[in-house]
Ligand binder design. Sequence first.
Ligand code: PXG
Length: 293
Amino acid sequence: MAGKIFLNGKWVDHDQAVVSVFDHGLLYGDGVFEGIRSYGGKIFRLTEHVERLYDSAKAIRLTIPYDPRQMSDHIKSSVRTNGLKDGYIRAVVTRGAGDLGLDPDKCQTPTVFIIADSITLYPKQFYDEGLSIVTVPTRRNVPEALNPRIKSLNYLNNILAKIEGKLSGCVEALMLTDSGFVCECTGDNIFCLRQNVLLTPPVYLGALKGITRGVVMDLAAARGLTVQETPFTRHELFTADEVFLTGTAAEIVPVTRLDGRVIGSGRPGPQTRALTAAFRDLVAQEGEDAYAV
Ligand code: PXG
């Protein structure tokens, strides 16, 4: 594909965009990232994504060699340079090249790259009919070991769950906490609705503090729903009126089956559809214009 990648301050072609085999991002998953969307050339919640990137970096004692403003400008430039309107942006900061040992202090310079590409949309069928998902055996990382609030390059926990989900024929998989509460899916947060009460697991259980999650909580409250961040079990999902997932890539996707149980009517519910419509309106209005320079 044509287009340019931002790599350590330079714009390089796709096939020239390479990092060292000694990069600790590769050797140890030692780094952080963000996945961001642009809609019509406007980057949705850019400031929040950049803030989360810096929070993740701070939590692992990684100093990003730009200030947040500069990083935001590089992200906008990536969209512009690649002539994107609707796009997906991946911003990555690794510990950089070091030696064959864990010691992060051996890594002199962080590696920073930004990929801006066209978005691969999920099949329309997911949204029209809802997903069928399963609960997988792999539990979400315990926050005391590796806090899922850090959006780190170490995604094996999620990938193992994804593999297990796919083995059951599902594109997403439900992950529980070590004590069996509903946590999140491999790349999406989860919500369940019953009689105008919308529940989502609190992030202290070990879920990512999703930016789409936050947006949907606000939209739901504005629609008069009672929104609660509270621990719950699979039972609440089995007996919900509606269940849906949120994420930058997926946006809002209905779930109509979990572990062989039909959820609600078995069709995407009215609140899920209304929230999706409100979300679409919002992303079309809001966002930092990558082309306004
Ligand atoms: N939980 C996890 C574990 C995630 O990785 C979300 C929730 C949703 O968060 P946002 O801020 O996006 O609303 C994510 C992020 C992909 C892909 O290709 C998905 C994510 C990240 C990277 C890639 O599907 N989801």
